[in-house]
Design a protein around this ligand. Structure first.
Ligand code: SF4
Ligand code: SF4
Length: 105
């Protein structure tokens, strides 16, 4: 593990970064978004064939009637600090996290 990863008291800590969310399993509940302090993921609308229509504006956007459901999309992966808070609240186990040492390898 890289030496740079430590907690405040100097204990070793390995970030586990969110890399992807399975759009076929995600229910768009927003729990991960609420606990993330880094703006790593956002809600997107998809049509009935699973095609992404665009990022939700938060204003009951129906994407010109094409909206089938909302899913969470990792659209700012580089901002993730690997805290894993989002994985702890996900009810669908649809997130993929990768440990820092694996990414650095
Ligand atoms: S691991 Fe932490 S920083 Fe990264 S997306 Fe999840 S909640 Fe946000
Ligand atoms: S917590 Fe899980 S199911 Fe809910 S929006 Fe996030 S990734 Fe999707």
């Amino acid at each position: 593990m890289p030496d740079a990863f430590k907690t405040r008291d100097g204990s070793s800590w390995e970030p586990s970064y969110l890399t992807t969310i399975d759009g076929g399993t995600c229910i768009g509940c927003g729990r991960c978004y609420k606990v993330c302090s880094r703006g790593v993921m956002h809600l997107y609308g998809v049509d009935d064939e699973g095609k992404i229509l665009g990022r939700s504006s938060g204003d009951d956007d129906d994407f010109d009637g094409e909206l089938n459901r909302m899913i969470m999309v990792v659209d700012n992966a580089g901002a993730c600090i690997g805290c894993s808070a989002c994985s702890r609240v996900c009810p669908k186990n649809c997130q993929t996290h990768v440990e820092a040492s694996a990414l650095a390898a």
